[in-house]
Design a protein around this ligand. Structure first.
Ligand SMILES: *[C@@H]1O[C@H](CO)[C@@H](O)[C@H](O)[C@H]1NC(C)=O
Ligand SMILES: *[C@@H]1O[C@H](CO)[C@@H](O)[C@H](O)[C@H]1NC(C)=O
Ligand SMILES: *[C@@H]1O[C@H](CO)[C@@H](O)[C@H](O)[C@H]1NC(C)=O
Ligand SMILES: *[C@@H]1O[C@H](CO)[C@@H](O)[C@H](O)[C@H]1NC(C)=O
Ligand SMILES: *[C@@H]1O[C@H](CO)[C@@H](O)[C@H](O)[C@H]1NC(C)=O
Length: 534
């Protein structure tokens, strides 16, 4: 799950000859086949319900179950929002299947309603449904893409606005940080939990911001930004955030944090790279730590962490991205796929979290690294990922999640993000022609948002530039939709921007000369008392 700016850093790499043209073309067709196997079975056995159960050839109305571990307050009347279809639209566009895209848009325009009595997770609803609709709206609206043969009248934007308005009451809290849960018809339940996660309240701004810019209603962006501002003000002196907090008191309820579950999406939308590298990194791996002290808490790899090398590519830290990606790939190869949680200190899989729900993160990072380096080795990695998924989880009725990586026993569930992300990133690895001629941002759910220059010129609240607090110079004029790229120092290098890597592979140091230059600020890094480059 990731945010991308196909920016200056990549221009040079993009002009290099593309290796293994024919092989890429064949691999792309393999991914298309995977996507359609997942999609067609969803349409046949599950649509318009939310997700496919590929073993029992049935469906699950999972929108109300996402994040709802105890399955509380389930609706008696909810019968789905065509979630997997909404999530598939931007992938259909990337694969240039305009007829199916158009069919989907027209169905949603006529039949989708959010006036339903169902309690949903604000974050999940935002990244999957709202993001999926807004992205598809951008794509449908762009006449160059030729996706709508009979014209398009903003129907998806109207659906998105309706959904956005239904989410707004969640923001009515003493801190401005939204409730994690809301009922789409009746609003926030009087006894609703006041606990939320950092991802849950800190990853709303891209979708909400786009919705404001598209509709002219500033409320969405303002409320999402207010929440973010409050959240950021809660960081520790080390510039770290916790994982869980209370929306009424604005106090942390979980101080231990890292880059994985509960906080991953936050880092995709914001910028705290330096603090993360300083306090969570160990060699090429990342552990969790207490946000107040930086003291390590849990030594664990979680599958969601695999987005991190992709983010490092965007920052320009290609060498570090490459190193971490290689370490994570070794773990993938050890099992054939990722376990959800792997205990780094004990060197074994977590006793209960042994599943692999077809997550996209490794494919995503592989795509970004290939874009930045054009090293054909990453194509082989993509092939390997695709083969594993086909071998372990393809069943006649779709793609089933793996319940236990030790036994490869399957689970009767095909998550919608397999279509919006896993298949999309694999496809783009082998054919990125859809991205030509325009810069895009990928949302944390893999949905594409074109970068509209005119939005960047509009005045915007100061908060986004203050987030770049690690810059010791004057605040950088930037927003969530722009990237700052430092001047390139060495021509001909695949490294973006000003990044000069540490001279020592483990990022430990004895003196400043071991530490290179910060990729984002171009400032020389120093060697800390504890022997870490910072
Ligand atoms: C578009 O999607 C439909 C439904 O999966 C499929 O039948 C059709 O072959 C696809 N068309 C192309 C050009 O991929
Ligand atoms: C809306 O749903 C109805 C009932 O399933 C269906 O007959 C109709 O074709 C759908 N509309 C579109 C535009 O697909
Ligand atoms: C909220 O919880 C209280 C105490 O548990 C209970 O008495 C009350 O009926 C609940 N209200 C609603 C609307 O469920
Ligand atoms: C990535 O790492 C491998 C193995 O350490 C190395 O051979 C390769 O040159 C690296 N590529 C980049 C772009 O850093
Ligand atoms: C960019 O946004 C502006 C203002 O919202 C709009 O008028 C314009 O059409 C957009 N440009 C593109 C290429 O979508």
């Amino acid at each position: 799950m990731m945010l991308l700016l196909l920016g200056l850093a990549l221009v040079e790499a993009l002009s290099a000859p593309i290796p293994r043209f024919e092989e890429r073309a064949a691999l792309k067709e393999d991914v298309r086949n995977m996507f359609h196997h997942a999609y067609d079975n969803y349409m046949k056995y599950a649509f318009p319900h939310d997700e496919l159960k590929p073993l029992s050839l049935s469906y699950t109305d999972s929108l109300e179950e996402l994040g709802n571990l105890k399955l509380e307050r389930l609706s008696e009347t909810y019968s789905g929002s065509a979630l997997t279809l909404v999530e598939s639209l931007s992938s259909l566009a990337v694969m240039k299947n305009s007829s199916e895209f158009e069919k989907g848009v027209l169905w949603l325009a006529e039949n989708l309603s959010f006036d339903v009595d169902v309690r949903v997770n604000v974050f999940e609803c935002n990244i999957r449904l709202l993001g999926g609709l807004i992205s598809a709206h951008f794509l449908a609206k762009d006449s160059r893409k030729q996706l709508m043969s009979n014209g398009y009248n903003d129907q998806l934007l109207m659906l998105a606005e309706d959904l956005g308005l239904r989410l707004l009451p969640a923001f009515d809290t003493p801190t401005g940080i939204p409730y994690a849960w809301i009922n789409l018809k009746t609003g926030v339940h009087p006894n609703e939990t006041t606990e939320t996660s950092t991802s849950g309240c800190g990853s709303l701004v891209l979708e909400m911001g786009a919705l404001s810019r598209l509709t002219g209603n500033p409320q969405f962006e303002n409320l999402a930004l207010r929440a973010l501002r409050k959240l950021w003000s809660m960081r520790s002196e080390l510039n770290l955030l916790g994982t869980n907090l209370d929306i009424n008191t604005g106090r942390w309820t979980e101080y231990s944090s890292g880059i994985g579950a509960g906080i991953d999406s936050f880092y995709e939308y914001l910028d705290a790279y330096r603090a993360v590298q300083q306090h969570y990194r160990y060699g090429s791996w990342y552990h969790d730590a207490d946000m107040r002290t930086g003291k390590a808490t849990y030594w664990q790899f979680t599958s969601l962490q695999a987005f991190w090398p992709g983010l490092q590519v965007l920052i320009g830290d290609i060498a570090a991205a490459n190193a971490t990606h290689r370490e994570f790939l070794r773990l993938w190869e050890m099992f054939g796929i990722f376990p959800e949680r792997y205990l780094l200190d004990a060197g074994k899989v977590h006793p209960t979290e042994r599943y692999y729900p077809l997550r996209p993160e490794l494919a995503e990072s592989t795509f970004f690294l290939y874009q930045a380096t054009k090293d054909p080795w990453y194509l082989d990695v993509g092939k390997k990922i695709m083969n594993s998924i086909n071998v372990f989880s393809r069943v006649p009725g779709g793609f089933a999640s793996v319940r236990d990586v030790m036994t490869m026993k399957l689970e009767d569930h095909q998550h919608s993000f397999f279509l919006s992300e896993t298949c999309k990133y694999l496809y783009l690895l082998f054919d990125d022609s859809f991205l030509d001629g325009e810069n895009h941002v990928f949302s944390t759910e893999g949905h594409l948002f074109p970068v509209n220059q005119s939005w960047q010129q509009q005045p915007r609240p100061k908060i986004l530039s203050r987030l770049r607090l690690f810059s010791r110079q004057k605040p950088i004029d930037t927003s969530a939709l722009t990237s700052k790229t430092c001047p390139r120092l060495s021509r001909g290098s695949v490294e973006s921007a000003c990044h000069i890597p540490d001279t020592r592979a483990d990022h430990r140091c004895v003196s400043r000369s071991d530490c290179g230059v910060d990729a984002t600020t171009c400032a020389k890094r120093s060697c800390s008392f504890a022997g870490y480059c910072s």
